[in-house]
Ligand binder design. Structure first.
Ligand code: AMP
Ligand code: GLY
Length: 425
C-alpha cells in the first residue's frame, strides 16, 4: 500500500511510526514531515493547507490512503477535498470537524443532548457578555469559540480580569475571528484525562487513556504550552469513570452528531475533567492529541491501517482494538524561552542512541536538516522522548534516562511528568 501522511509535528512522527509497523504499508510519504519523519518516510515539500497540491500528489503517486489529523486542514475541509476527487482519506469531514472548530457549536450540542459539561452562556455581543459577567460568580472561564492554537482559554479569578478578557478576545481580537463568539463557562476543578476514540460515524473504539501537562514549569507553574509531556494509561481513569463516560458521553456524542446530520468519523478526542460530581467534557478535538499520541500509539497492538480503513468503511464494530498491558511516558524537550520567543537552528546531538531500540522513541516535533545535513531545532517543542515500561513508574524512569541522551543549546524540560501517579502507585 502507498500511504500519504499530512503534517510534520511530534504527533505525525508517532503516527508515521505506527503506520510503519503495519505490514500493509510499502511506501510512506509525509507532507511536509520533519527531520525525524524523514528517516522512516519520504518527505515532500507541500504545505498542509495546500489541498490542490496534496490531492494532485495523491492522484499522481497512486496513493491508496491519505491520513490527516490536524485541526486546521480538517476544519477547512481537507477530507471533503480528497473525497471530491475520489481519493481515500482518513480524517473528519468539515461538517463534523466543527466539533473542535466551534466551541459554541460543541457547547450547544452538549446542552441539547444532555452530555455532561460545564454550564455556559454563548455571546457574540461584547456588551451582553460584560453585562452577564456582572451577575456571574468568580472564578469563571472565557473561551474564544474558534480555533486559537489551544490558547484561547482564559481562567479569570476576578470580575476585572474577566472584563479585560472579554476585551482581549472580542474587542482587541487577540485570536482574530476565533473571538467573534465567546463561551463563558462555569469554572470546574478536578483531574484532567484525555481519551481518544476511533469513530466511523456510528460506532467508536476507545484507545488507552492518557494525561497531558500543559504548563511550562514543574509543579504546573508558568505559561500554558502545547503540552510538555504525557503519560498513558491514566490511573485516574478508573473502571467507574469508564462506565460513566460510556453511559453518558461517548456514544451519546456520536449519536448526537449523526442526528445533526454530521456523522463523525476519524479520531474524536474527549478532554475530560473528573469533578467531584462526575466526569465532564472540557473540550472535543477532531484529531489525535499532541503529545498524547506519542504515548498512546506506541502501546497499540492492532494494525493502525485496519482500524483507519474500518473508520472510512463504517465497519469499526468488527475491529478488535487492542493495547499492550504496559505504560508509556513522553518528556518534551523544548527550546529555552518557549512558549515565548526562542532561538532556532541549534544542532541536536545524541539522536543515534535511539536507533535499534524497542522501548525508546525520540519523536521529532520541531526539527529540520541544515545545509550541512545536521539535525537542528526549528520550533518551540523540539523532541518528545518516549519510553515504554511494564508500569508507569518504570516508563517514567526510562523516559527521564533517555532524555539525557540528547542535547542542544538552551534545551529545557519538565522534571515532574507523570509525578501524579505516585499518589496512586
Ligand atoms: P480547552 O481548550 O477547552 O480544553 O481548555 C484548555 C484548558 O483550560 C483545559 O485543559 C483546562 O485545564 C482549562 N479549562 C478549560 N475549561 C475549564 C473549566 N470550565 N474549568 C476549569 N478549567 C478549565
Ligand atoms: N494535548 C492537547 C491537544 O492536543 O489538544
Amino acid at each position: 500500500m502507498r500511504v500519504l501522511l499530512v503534517g510534520g509535528g511530534g504527533r505525525e512522527h508517532a503516527i508515521a511510526q505506527a503506520l510503519r509497523r503495519s505490514p500493509q504499508v510499502e511506501t510512506l510519504y509525509c507532507a511536509p514531515g520533519n527531520a525525524g519523519i524523514a528517516q522512516i518516510a519520504e518527505c515532500v515539500p507541500i504545505g498542509t493547507m495546500d489541498f490542490d497540491a496534496l490531492t494532485a500528489f495523491a492522484a499522481d503517486n497512486k496513493i491508496d490512503l491519505t491520513v490527516c489529523s490536524m485541526d486546521d486542514p480538517l476544519c477547512a475541509g481537507i477530507v471533503d477535498a480528497f473525497e471530491a476527487k475520489g481519493l481515500r482519506i482518513f480524517g473528519t469531514p468539515a461538517n463534523a470537524a466543527i466539533i473542535e472548530g466551534s466551541k459554541a457549536f460543541s457547547k450547544d450540542l452538549m446542552k441539547k443532548y444532555g452530555i455532561p459539561t460545564a454550564a455556559c452562556e454563548i455571546f457574540d455581543d461584547p456588551q451582553k457578555a460584560l453585562a452577564y459577567l456582572e451577575t456571574a460568580s468568580m472564578p469563571i472561564v472565557l473561551k474564544a469559540s474558534g480555533l486559537a492554537l489551544g490558547k484561547g482559554v482564559l481562567i479569570c479569578n476576578t470580575l476585572e480580569e474577566a472584563k479585560s478578557g472579554v476585551g482581549e478576545l472580542m474587542m482587541d481580537k487577540k485570536f482574530g475571528t476565533a473571538g467573534d463568539k465567546i463561551v463563558i463557562e462555569e469554572f470546574m476543578t478536578g483531574r484532567e484525562v484525555s481519551v481518544l476514540a476511533f469513530a466511523d460515524g456510528k460506532h467508536y473504539k476507545l484507545m488507552s487513556s492518557s494525561q497531558d501537562h500543559k504548563r511550562a514549569g514543574d509543579g504546573d507553574t508558568g505559561l500554558n504550552t502545547g503540552g510538555m509531556g504525557t503519560f498513558s494509561p491514566s490511573p485516574f481513569y478508573t473502571e467507574e469513570v469508564d462506565a460513566y463516560c460510556k453511559e453518558h458521553i461517548y456514544q451519546r456524542t456520536l449519536d448526537a452528531m449523526a442526528s445533526e446530520g454530521r456523522p463523525f468519523r476519524g479520531v474524536l478526542y474527549f478532554g475530560l475533567m473528573l469533578t467531584a460530581n462526575g466526569p465532564r467534557v472540557l473540550e472535543y478535538n477532531t484529531r489525535f492529541g499532541d503529545p498524547e499520541t506519542q504515548v498512546v500509539l506506541p502501546r497499540m497492538k492492532s494494525d493502525i491501517v485496519d482500524v483507519m480503513q474500518a473508520c472510512i468503511d463504517g465497519t469499526l464494530d468488527q475491529v478488535d482494538l487492542v493495547f499492550e498491558d504496559n505504560a508509556a511516558v513522553c518528556v518534551v524537550i523544548a527550546s529555552g524561552g518557549y512558549p515565548g520567543s526562542y532561538e532556532k537552528g541549534k544542532v541536536i546531538t545524541g539522536l543515534e542512541a535511539f536507533q535499534d531500540q524497542d522501548a525508546y522513541y525520540c519523536f521529532h516535533a520541531g526539527t529540520k536538516l541544515n545545509e550541512k545535513g545536521e539535525v537542528v531545532t526549528s520550533g518551540g517543542r523540539v523532541l518528545g522522548v518516549t519510553a515504554l515500561g511494564s508500569d508507569l513508574k518504570e516508563a517514567r524512569a526510562n523516559a527521564y534516562k533517555a532524555a539525557e541522551w540528547v542535547h542542544f543549546d538552551g534545551q529545557y524540560m519538565r522534571h515532574d511528568i507523570g509525578k501524579a501517579i505516585d499518589s496512586v502507585q
